[in-house]
Structure formats: structure tokens, C-alpha cells
Design a protein around this ligand. Sequence first.
Ligand code: HEC
Length: 178
Amino acid sequence: MASTGRARRWRFGAVAFAAAWLLLTAAPARAQGNTPDPQSVAEGMRIFRQKGDCQSCHGWAADGRKMDNQMPDGANLRTSRLGRAAIIRAIKCGRPGREMPAFDRLAYSDGRCNDTTEADLRKSGLALPDPAATLQAREIEALADFLFEKVIGKGPMDRAKCAEYWGSEVDACREFPK
Ligand code: HEC
């Protein structure tokens, strides 16, 4: 009865394969749920403070208390009412004429932002400040993960949120009463 044994082994193999496949495909599906990947949130926070230098206009807490007095006043992102697509668009395309830089390198060269080119902007007298660095789509997604996890709709910064934001009670948290 060697053939039955082979068939049983084959069936077992097929079930094991299906189980492994389910496990593999279920994991990324979970990661795309409501809680963003913590690594992406951490990367977004780093980009906010360093590479994108968003904090010089928006403040480290993204509440519009800017870090650099020479910079324009950034919006309070904690009270932003924008959804994810609009947030990503604001970062990619900036806000011509309103001091928010465009972080997509091709924002105004191939029509991806409102079908508008740099020449169009110049013609209508709409200036854009230069971004600290241009960002890739993946980096902008990480920024959105960070903003939705730690900033947007989270209310004003306080002592407890500050410690949660930085991962511990850093010096910056001392300004908030206990
Ligand atoms: C040079 C100053 C400056 C820098 C740097 C800057 N912003 Fe802004 N940002 C602004 C200003 C000013 C506005 C408000 C524009 C307006 O009035 O529409 C704004 C608006 C926004 C908005 C739209 C908010 C809303 O609810 O309409 C988002 C999102 C945003 N910024 C994210 C970022 C991120 C993320 C970075 C870094 C990658 C960044 N900004 C860097 C000045 C800045």
C-alpha cells in the first residue's frame, strides 16, 4: 500500500503548505490595519525632526510652536482635520504661496501636483520655500504614519503625552506641569 502512504504524505504536505502560506499572507495584512508599523512611526518621527526639518516651522510637538524664529509659522498639525490622502498631498506638493515647501522632487515638474509646473507657479507669483531635503514616497508614508499615530487628533501636548512621544521624560517635557 505504498501509494496510499504517498498520497497521505502528499496531502499532509499540501495542508502544511497551505497553513504556512496563510501565516505568511496574514502577517502583512495585520500590519496594514489601523495600527501602523511601529518602525515606520519611528522613522517618520526621525524624518520630521531631522531630514525633513519639519519641526523648524511646525515645532517638535507639531503644534505650530516653531523651533526657529527665522522660519515661517507652520500650521498646528495636532488639530489638522485632513485625512491621510490630503496629508500626504500637502507634504508632497506643499502649499504654493503659503510657506509650506513641497517635498516631492518632481512635484512641479511632471504635473503630479494639480497639473501645475514651476513655470505656472512663477507666472502666478506663487513661491515655495526650498525643502530641507526631498523625500521619497516611502518616507512620506512614514511621516503620515507618525503624524496619525502621535500627532493628529491627539489634543494639546502635556507632560504625560510628552513622555510618551519621546519614549521617556526628556528635558523638553519639563515645560509641562505634572
Ligand atoms: C518653511 C516652513 C515649513 C516647513 C519646513 C514645513 N512646513 Fe508644513 N506647513 C507650513 C505652513 C506655513 C503650513 C500652512 C499652510 C497653509 O496655510 O495652507 C503648513 C502646512 C502643513 C500641512 C497641512 C496641515 C493642514 O491641516 O492643512 C501638513 C500636513 C504639513 N505642513 C506637514 C509638514 C511636514 C510633514 C513637514 C516636513 C516634511 C513640513 N510640513 C515642513 C510650513 C512648513
